[in-house]
Design a protein around this ligand. Structure first.
Ligand code: GAR
Length: 206
């Protein structure tokens, strides 16, 4: 059965597009069941519609966090989503949401976690003066940018970098490792052991 992804985004949606491109090129065996945004004007929603995908806005204004999350979960369950991918989704999820998809929620973050969690990770790295930064795909738990790490890519920081140039080079890596991590999870090629995500040998018999 084709595995179904639910994508949550709040903005541009380039990570969503990269995932959709991997699927279109048959490099990722899955389908995008729905794209949901908490921002009605998110460019990512429009990009999804242009690709013929279902794209939905769920407003959070005035709603308690858990009520919003209940609506999100209901929408994802209705589409029988197997894996939830946060792709620039700028909201912390409630324990209710996390418990609804155990080890079935992924996030991408533009730094080598646990360095520089939260907003403006690329700017934080530049200001700190690190020589290397990068991006991380991790399982989502109840804290910010803190769940077990699936994949990371390293990006050198150049003396000449601005926030824009550094962000662009990190983004190019994000677009590669997110689909790779999704494939590892969908194909059951990893096992989560506490904080450790361990690759397991593929078992062609199963
Ligand atoms: C990406 O750089 C992603 O890593 C970051 O937001 C950007 C979204 O871009 N996410 C976070 O900072 C989450 N803490 P996109 O909308 O073009 O995919």
């Amino acid at each position: 059965m084709m595995r179904r992804l639910g994508i949550l985004l709040s903005g541009r949606g380039s990570n969503f597009e990269a995932i959709a491109d991997h699927i279109d090129r048959n490099e990722l065996d899955a389908q995008i069941a729905v794209v949901i945004s908490n921002v009605s004007q998110a460019p990512g929603l429009e990009k999804a519609r242009q690709r013929g995908l279902e794209a939905t806005f769920i407003g959070s204004k005035g709603l308690p966090r858990e009520e919003f999350d209940r609506r999100l979960v209901a929408s994802l369950e209705e589409r029988q989503v197997d894996l939830v991918c946060l792709a620039g989704f700028m909201r912390l999820l409630s324990p209710y949401f996390i418990k609804s998809f155990p080890h079935r929620i992924l996030n991408i973050h533009p730094s080598l976690l646990p360095s520089f969690p939260g907003l403006n990770a690329q700017r934080q790295a530049l200001e700190y003066g690190v020589k290397y930064t990068g991006c991380t795909v991790h399982f989502v738990d109840e804290s910010l940018d803190s769940g077990p790490i699936i994949l990371q890519a390293v990006v050198p920081v150049l003396d000449t970098d601005t926030e824009e140039t550094l962000s662009a080079r990190i983004l190019a890596e994000e677009h590669k490792i997110y689909s790779k991590a999704i494939r590892l999870v969908l194909d059951n090629q990893i096992r989560v052991d506490g904080r450790h995500v361990v690759e397991v040998a593929a078992n062609p018999g199963h």
